[in-house]
Design a protein around this ligand. Structure first.
Ligand code: IMP
Length: 187
């Protein structure tokens, strides 16, 4: 039997953690930092679908060095508010990255399982360098030791939506980053 979608919670009633202006400012700063650090080089930005799509598109527009995009997709079984810990690649990169400077771009670094898995996988392709950019970082929830090289904001252990991030696939297009309520009406 198909599972029932949880009730829709209007984003307007969710607390704003970071406004679109605050996000734009931080993303721009990261773009400038990356442009300085990779001056004269070419980089490949690899976004993790779907959550990182919006962050990647803004970050890329703040980066002034030569860059290309690629995307990977992973599934962690039974994805809900708590990840199950098992990660599977469901879409690989389209173009070789051997000898290239790669930045993995993720929406949020939580337990670290997804990025540890992807980092190992990407290292097998022998890039010239591999760094990680994550819009958010929830350090309290880490299960494996991994840190991002570029982070917009560190956040406490709250479930957030917006700016690419979802709950049950919803709210990715919300422009601010908002806290999803713990006991929303109708859930
Ligand atoms: P990790 O493998 O636990 O680090 O999980 C990373 C993935 O879990 C992220 O790419 C998100 O898709 C998802 N995730 C973790 N925390 C949140 C959250 O607060 N809101 C939305 N998605 C989240």
């Amino acid at each position: 039997m198909p599972s029932k979608l949880p009730a829709y919670v209007p984003p307007a009633i969710m607390e704003v953690l970071f406004s679109r202006e605050q996000i734009a400012e931080r993303v721009h700063a990261l773009g400038q930092q990356i442009s300085t650090e990779y001056a004269g080089e070419s980089i490949v930005l690899i976004g993790v679908l779907k959550g990182a799509a919006i962050f990647l598109s803004d970050l890329a527009r703040s980066i002034t060095v030569d860059n290309t995009f690629d995307f990977v997709a992973v599934s962690s079984y039974g994805r809900a508010r708590v990840s199950s810990g098992q990660v599977k690649l469901i879409k690989d990169i389209d173009n070789p990255i051997e000898g290239k400077h790669v930045i993995l771009v993720e929406d949020i670094l939580d337990t670290g399982l997804t990025l540890s898995y992807l980092r190992q996988l990407m290292l097998q392709h022998k890039p010239a360098s591999l760094k990680i950019a994550s819009c958010l970082d929830k350090p309290e929830r880490r299960l494996v030791p991994i840190e991002a090289d570029y982070v917009c904001f560190k956040i406490p252990n709250k479930f957030v939506v917006g700016y690419g991030m979802d709950f049950a696939e919803r709210y990715r297009g919300v422009e601010d980053i908002r806290i999803f309520p713990e006991n929303p009406p109708g859930h």
